[in-house]
Write a protein that binds this ligand. Sequence first.
Ligand code: AMP
Ligand code: MG
Length: 407
Amino acid sequence: MIPVKEAKSIIHKHIPLSGTETVFLKDAGNRILAQDIIATFPMPSFDNSAMDGFAVRAVDTKGADQPLPVTLKMVGVSSAGSPGDITLGPGECAQCMTGAIIPNGADAIVMVEDTSGFSDTDSVQIFQEAKTGKHIREKGEEIQDKDMLIPKGTHITPNEIGTLATFGYGEISVAKKPRIAIFGTGDELVEPGIELKLGQIYNSNLYIFAELAEKSGAEVVMRDVIKDDQESLRAFLLEALKTCDMVISSGGVSMGRFDYVRDVFMELGVQEHFWKVAQKPGKPFFFGTGESTLIFGLPGNPVSSYIGFMEWVWPVLDVMMGKSEQNFLTGILKASFPREKVKCRFLFGKAWMEDGKLVCKPSPKMGSHMLSSSLEANCILGSKTGESSLQPGEEIRINVLPWKNIK
Ligand code: AMP
Ligand code: MG
């Protein structure tokens, strides 16, 4: 059994980068950027109107108000996408819509609400004095040409997609999705939807793995539940080692009489780096490498499998895709946490804000077979080794489940 820290550093020595590919912007959501995104022009790229109204020379509107309007000559229309080639002389104005180019000579916009309105007549009354620059969005006021917008390694979410589109990135370079094989083992496993016989249970872990893999940005290309027999395992693994960047298994790596997964990994030439880690849950935890495949053998208890994926596999997928490092939070315990003498302890938990502080508590269901402990959870709490339980008021590390919120 090796300490968690040592296991992490062994894994880190073996993580390959997943390479890059170009995708259309419409397919870029949830991918990891493999290029820096630089402004290809200033934003706004030209002076334009923030309001539907009239482009004026501010000086011409001096003293204008409701009882004493100023009358200006209307010389044209500038609308978004159709600038017209307009130059204002003294006493002149032009209709100018939101987003439209400011005509030459104009230095302010008067909102249409402060005028006699849009019409086809050739004059307009202005009811409000305009200040120079009023309602004009200036070229470059938001972003300068060549500004760094989004660094490589960023997870592309709706926040990034809009800016990529704004600057005309129709195609972008992203990290390739790691190709993953997931499998579960066990003669007792039955697919949901089929009736259970005595001693059977439903396979939950592969559904969890598939969902987590997809959320992490990877692609599941092989998926199967395999009986506890060496022949079936061998066939699946042989194919997976040939075609996948990562193999993740659940079950069959403990000390049970029918736990063949490790044996078959070894038989197929997988190099074992460790098999047991000082953690609870999930002590039997195999990590090995094939020629170009990482292999994670997680124990079958559903909580061990789930937490094992989040604590070990997810961060590795992040590194493979070049994603910027994951940051853990620290919270203050509102209930005691069962720290272990020689093992790191992980439990599903709930974190929330209270009096401006981040606080948390572990799920009261602490067994590694109690998957309903994930139902109320928005995080995984993790403690280092220690002589006694952590007490309310003490700090603990919080790994927020990325698709959950802290309220
Ligand atoms: P194992 O690691 O194979 O000894 O399995 C440990 C426990 O996890 C046993 O109670 C198994 O029945 C259960 N288990 C293994 N695989 C799964 C799975 N895919 N879904 C739900 N439970 C599982
Ligand atoms: Mg089993």
